[in-house]
Design a protein around this ligand. Structure first.
Ligand code: PLP
Length: 280
């Protein structure tokens, strides 16, 4: 069953209630992270916890829950769910009593964790559309302010697509809820980790896999032309691992006979299942 935790209480997800004084309700004032796991473990746990606590610090969200306690809570929620493979969502939101933009300096935070079943990751290729990147300049922080991504994802769904690629000033940044990488002449290219993209945990793992497999990995800005003419276009995220795109904006991408996307995906799946032979 879907299982949850909220400020010290464990329960079925539907039984949890959050207070209206939670500033997530009015301002989306909080951060979140999402990880997956199996067999009582959390895949790339350290990386997810690092990102979560760094983001909390950036937004001055204070919590008494430290890394060890959070790790314990996440594993308990996963265990309570009974799912063999789980998707863990965890968020920290600011709590204050009156709606006011400038939060009180002593505001405490609310911690919410949920576990749902991890569904089999998309196997086949995905269809993408391009949309303008209307997001703020804090894309490196995993905040709850997700309206441009929500609208872009809805637009993708209406077009029969799986994801939306953001274009900012002619540059491909990332997708609504995934990073984007292209393959060109045997090398990977992806947007640098500045404030315009989320530093994806899967993207970082792919970089390490590339190092092990001696596939060149470059952080470099590129535009729509390079996107369309790439040998392969790949999206990556915690729940999807990495998946190759087959179409962008309704146009079928050329098959150039390169298989870097499937090599990366296989390595990520082996890694998740604890069967990787790579020395990270
Ligand atoms: N970029 C955005 C905007 C995202 O929301 C996500 C995941 O939710 C990603 C990239 C992929 O990040 P990760 O690999 O850590 O799941």
């Amino acid at each position: 069953m879907d299982s949850a935790y909220y400020n010290g209480h464990y329960a079925e997800t539907d039984k949890i209630r959050i207070p209206l004084s939670d500033r997530a309700v009015y301002f989306g004032d909080g951060i979140y992270d999402a990880a997956i796991g199996r067999a009582g473990e959390i895949y790339l746990e350290e990386e997810h916890l690092n990102r979560f606590f760094e983001n909390a610090e950036r937004l001055n969200l204070k919590t008494d829950v430290d890394r060890a306690a959070l790790s314990n809570i996440l594993k308990t929620v996963a265990e309570n769910s009974g799912y063999a493979r789980y998707f863990l969502y965890f968020q920290l939101t600011r709590n204050a009593h009156t709606r006011t933009h400038a939060y009180p300096s002593d505001a405490r935070s609310n911690l919410l964790v949920t576990a749902t079943e991890l569904k089999s990751a998309t196997r086949g290729g995905v269809k993408l559309i391009t949309v303008p990147d209307l997001r703020h300049h804090l894309c490196n922080v995993k905040t709850l302010n997700l309206i441009p991504s929500v609208m872009a994802s809805r637009r993708a769904a209406e077009c029969g697509c799986d994801e939306a690629i953001f274009i900012r000033d002619g540059i491909v940044t990332e997708c609504a809820h995934s990073n984007l990488l292209i393959v060109k002449e045997g090398a990977i290219y992806t947007h640098p980790t500045d404030n315009l993209i989320l530093p994806g945990i899967t993207r970082a793992r792919i970089e390490k896999i590339c190092k092990c497999l001696t596939i060149p990995f470059y952080e470099k800005r590129f535009g729509v032309e390079e996107l369309y003419s790439a040998d392969e276009v790949i999206i990556s995220s915690t729940s999807k691992f990495s998946v190759k795109a087959t179409h962008i904006d309704g146009i079928k991408l050329a098959e150039n006979g390169t298989y870097i996307s499937s090599r990366l995906r296989n390595e990520l799946l082996l890694d998740f299942n604890g069967k990787s032979m790579l020395k990270f």
